[in-house]
Write a protein that binds this ligand. Structure first.
Ligand code: PLP
Length: 361
């Protein structure tokens, strides 16, 4: 099966489950508590079902968070009732029924959602576990810290808060602001004598700050990346490989790809790599990035196309295996992100499903 998948185009992503497992344990160790594994966006494009199945079975990970109700329902049907599934984002009323049936833990961000979900539950004489989100400075979702916890609890009797969370905006860039957010959240928990689970730290929070709460919410670090320059030993989980599918011999002056943005300044051999911007390889890396062919650094030349791109094969033995490393040990998502003017998160989550994932353990 794997060899057929590898032969599809032949571009594939190798997902190292053992590395993922090690990163889970590293996150737990640094947190000093259990974690809610953040697996939104198809587990940062690593494949939600496979990653969660592995984390649950091999590392007893029983708390997962996703962004949408659909991601949550798919996960519930795959993993069964033994795990807690949190939805971090907004859930529309249309999906209250399904969310309840699948035992999905909502995030209550404001009185509007609280009122609607509470009414839905009361009409059916039900109760539901929820997360309550507090805004301590991200200024995206959540109640202000001066909200009355007492009023909240009495206004929405059908909601059972089992987890209070807040979110850091700058754990990778601003220590003072982060300390303020930690203190603000800590005071909120203390003032309201909250006894249920609490969480604040994301990956860079876990790496750079002491955890004062009962859970943490690592995302990117589970996949081997971390912003903020913190010295934490993580293992990269995804590698993308391909193969040269055609060699072209250019004469000096020949141009390559759409709009002729590369001109050969000498006779040269170039190779076609079957990966393009529709796979998540950013088009803005045209004439900018590089891959490794049989270990030799080869610049990407000309515009990246939808399904293919061309590379300069100077220095490569053209009778070799012509295996291409697009993302891996020689060039990682941080480097690609740097060249593309973005962050590793966007490179990883941009990788599309048409690149088959090959899981190794
Ligand atoms: C995405 C997300 C996380 C994980 O963030 P990382 O930086 O990837 O660790 C944690 N909490 C919330 C609310 C999120 O949306």
């Amino acid at each position: 099966m794997n060899s057929k998948l590898k032969a599809l185009r032949p571009t594939y992503a190798e997902i190292d489950l053992r590395a993922f497992g090690k990163n889970i344990e590293t996150a737990r160790e640094l947190s000093g508590t259990d974690i809610i594994a953040i697996v939104k966006a198809d587990a940062y494009s690593h494949g939600e079902l496979e990653m969660c199945g592995y984390a649950y079975q091999k590392h007893n990970c029983t708390k997962f968070a996703v962004a949408t109700i659909l991601e949550a329902i798919i996960l519930r049907e795959h993993l069964g009732e033994g795990v807690s599934i949190f939805v971090l984002g907004y859930i529309d009323e249309t999906f209250y029924e399904e969310a309840y049936e699948h035992n999905i833990i909502f995030t209550i961000n404001d009185n509007d959602t609280a009122t609607k979900y509470n009414e839905f539950l009361q009409r059916k004489n039900l109760h539901a576990n929820v997360t309550v989100k507090i805004n301590t400075g991200m200024n995206r979702l959540g109640f202000r810290t001066d909200m009355s916890w007492y009023e909240f609890s009495s206004a929405y009797p059908a909601l059972r808060p089992i987890h209070i969370m807040s979110h850091l905006s700058s754990a990778d860039t601003d220590r003072e602001y982060t300390y303020n957010q930690i203190e603000e959240f800590h005071n909120f928990i203390a003032k309201n004598k909250i006894r249920c689970h609490t969480s604040l730290l994301n990956s860079s929070g876990i790496a750079g700050y002491e955890n004062k709460f009962s859970l943490t919410r690592p995302g990117i670090m589970l996949y081997g990346y971390l912003d903020g320059g913190y010295d934490v030993k993580l293992e990269k989980v995804m590698r993308i490989y391909s193969r040269i599918v055609q060699i072209q011999y250019l004469r000096k002056g020949d141009a390559v790809s759409y709009s002729r943005k590369f001109h050969a300044d000498r006779n040269m051999a170039i190779g076609v790599v079957p990966i393009g911007y529709a796979d998540g390889y950013p088009r803005c890396l045209s004439n900018k990035s590089h891959v490794f062919v049989d270990g030799i650094k080869c610049p990407v030349i000309g515009n990246v196309c939808m399904d293919m791109m061309m590379v300069d094969l100077t220095g490569v033995n053209l009778n070799g295996s012509l295996k291409v490393e697009v993302l891996g040990d020689s060039i990682d998502a941080d480097e690609l992100a740097e060249m593309a003017g973005t962050i590793s998160y966007e490179i990883l989550t941009g990788i599309q499903n048409r690149i088959p994932r090959i899981y190794i353990d």
